[in-house]
Ligand binder design. Sequence first.
Ligand code: AMP
Ligand code: ZN
Length: 531
Amino acid sequence: MELRLYDTLTREKRLFAPLDRNHVRMYVCGPTVYDFAHIGNARPVIVFDVLFRLLRHLYGADHVTYIRNITDVDDKINDRAVRDFPGLPLNEAIRKVTEKTAAQFHADVAALGCRTPSYEPRATDFVLPRADGKADMVTLIKQLIARGHAYEANGEVLFDTQSMPDYGALSGRKLEEQRAGARVAVDAHKKNAADFVLWKQSSAAEPGWESPWGRGRPGWHIECSAMSAAYLGDVFDIHGGGLDLIFPHHENEIAQSRCAHGTKTMANYWMHNGFLEVEGQKMSKSLGNFVTIRDLLDVIPGDVVRLQMLMTHYRRPIDWTERSTSLATSELEEWAESLHSHFNFPNEHKPAEVAEALSDDLNTSAAIAVLRELHVAAKKGGLKEKLVFSSNCKLLGFKSLHKPGLFRFGVSGMNVGDVAIGTYEPLIKKLRAAIANDAPNDVRAAILSKFQKDGLTVQESNNGDLTIVRGNEADANRKIQELVDARLAARNAKNFKESDRIRDELAALGIVLKDGKDANGKLSTTWEVAR
Ligand code: AMP
Ligand code: ZN
């Protein structure tokens, strides 16, 4: 199978060939950890997770190295640390902010079904020269100065954009244009308006590291040049991120890495995901349509976010709407309905069908169309078709398709008397999401305690169906089991009038029975809550 990828630098779709035939190396810019990630941030995480999965499928799980960094040095982090932990020394406060935010990010992206990258380096571990000799920012900056690509001015170290003849190739910006555009804003100490900071001084109230240029901190772009070189070498295969990073971030990464290492390229394929908007508008705090991943995962399963994200080609803009969330939820319910008990069956099928669609520049929307066809076949067909569908769903990273109940709308109750169960719909929705997203126990307990206050509890079936029941779940189960046993005894005694009466009594409680035979050929009955 041939993989083609669109490269932002050469502006063409090209056949993908890794530098090392047997090993693919990919770097994607990760989050700046000062606050909850928003759903726009989830897009590159999901898109490049799908690419990671595809590469693992094509080259073998041990033949792909995927690096996604954590930016834990940034002025926004400092501001947050001062605001949230006023009593603590700055470094401690910063660590609290970054550790808490990184943990939130990890929980969020795990719920979205994303595999952990091979390594997730933190910028602060790569500022100074390291004991293990891996690339670091201070050494890179020294190299840039030694090669005549950087200079010190006004306490800063700046990259000299004019020292690089093809600076601007990625974004297509010419240096002359940038100079004209920035006429007014030119800082007096810069040689050229486009020159950018590699190192800046820190005041006593800012985090800093001792360097040949005094106590200071790195600029943002140099982080990724150092961390990519540290794990992937001077030149590697794929570099990714959102569209907004093309300029200045990736443009400047290329300038730094190529000039420091004296190479013609930094990465062979530059991939950028399109932007996400909410209900047709740019997402922003002032418009009030700023949605965090956590807000969404509180009420919908991660698989829904994933499907909604992948329905659009990764390079096109996405309009995130409530309607598309509902459509994705219903579609997943149908898929899970066809798969449930087969989803986690031992499955030897290699998901070539979705891989083929993805091999055309990670065409995620075509891959979803393939899943829809495979679903039709699975519904009509037998075990084989179900396993084909299931393995292809897994290649795209769906994980909860053994539980259709988690994608349902509405609520059902059993033996709840005149309780208006409709009023519990928002709580049931949260509980479904908490189960699907593997929320911590205290989150589930908090939801369940609201039912308990009303003398109710919630029962979960293997299918992920949730049913509100009166009283204690154990009592309810015991009562049902007693009735089921009594009916079986009546059947064994050929007292069919009594066995029918009990079946009707159970039906009134919302229980359906499945009669069969056990391994010894004896009559046996299982039960489940009717939907
Ligand atoms: P940031 O933390 O802002 O540097 O962003 C982390 C990643 O999310 C980068 O790859 C950004 O390009 C990407 N990103 C930020 N906002 C959006 C958005 N609205 N749509 C898609 N990607 C985004
Ligand atoms: Zn970066």
